[in-house]
Ligand binder design. Structure first.
Ligand code: ADP
Ligand code: NI
Length: 191
């Protein structure tokens, strides 16, 4: 399996997430893919095809957006591109582990799963995380104050929940950036 499937997966998500502006756009998935690739450099023995496809396809059956069961969109896409059934199962397991963890359950078992989960979490913090939080808040009719609450509730906790050392290092930098931003916005709001 070569690069063709990756190009096809990118095309697929650009089409699927067209008109979506709540932080679940295709560019989010592309960033997750890039983050995952960067983390994966430290793990020569992993299945990079699984990491790539799971990153790109991790939101295509998100229940907030689609009414699919059993990773139907992801499976249909991969089957139509002749991805082997073992790979399809592995990709779906990784995808399901990414959102499963939101319920504070066990971390993903596979290294591939840990990497994609970290990659998704990295896109929720730092400058991009700030932008996404306010985009989400705006789209859902929330005040700036409500969106700021999300930092305490979730975003500031993420740096300590990374599975991999590579992601922890990136997360520390992004976390510090958010702390600086929060410090400044609270000052400006209170003045
Ligand atoms: P993902 O599916 O990419 O893991 P979510 O669906 O949980 O992420 O959220 C999408 C984006 O919206 C994230 O950047 C997240 O921080 C942000 N977000 C989710 N809930 C809230 C909220 N209550 N207030 C502000 N931002 C939120
Ligand atoms: Ni995501």
């Amino acid at each position: 399996m070569g690069k063709g499937i990756i190009v096809a997966a990118k095309d697929y998500i650009y089409n699927l997430f067209k008109n979506n502006s709540d932080g679940h756009d295709a560019n989010h998935s592309i960033r997750v893919y890039q983050n995952a690739y960067r983390i994966a450099e430290g793990y020569p023995d992993i299945n990079l095809t699984v990491v790539s496809l799971a990153s790109l396809l991790h939101d295509v059956d998100d229940h907030k957006l689609f009414h699919t069961e059993n990773n139907e969109n992801a499976r249909t896409f991969m089957k139509s591109h002749q991805v082997e059934s073992d790979t399809i199962e592995f990709v779906c397991e990784v995808i399901n582990g990414v959102s499963f963890s939101k319920n504070k359950s066990n971390p993903p078992k596979s290294v591939e799963g840990k990497i994609v989960q970290d990659a998704d979490r990295l896109d929720a913090i730092g400058a991009i995380g700030i932008a996404r939080a306010f985009a989400f808040g705006g789209k859902n009719g929330r005040s700036l104050e409500d969106s700021l609450q999300h930092f305490d509730d979730k975003l500031l906790l993420l740096k300590d929940e990374m599975n991999t050392e590579e992601a922890r290092i990136i997360a520390e930098i992004r976390h510090d950036y958010m702390m600086g931003f929060l410090d400044e916005i609270h000052k400006e709001m209170d003045s």
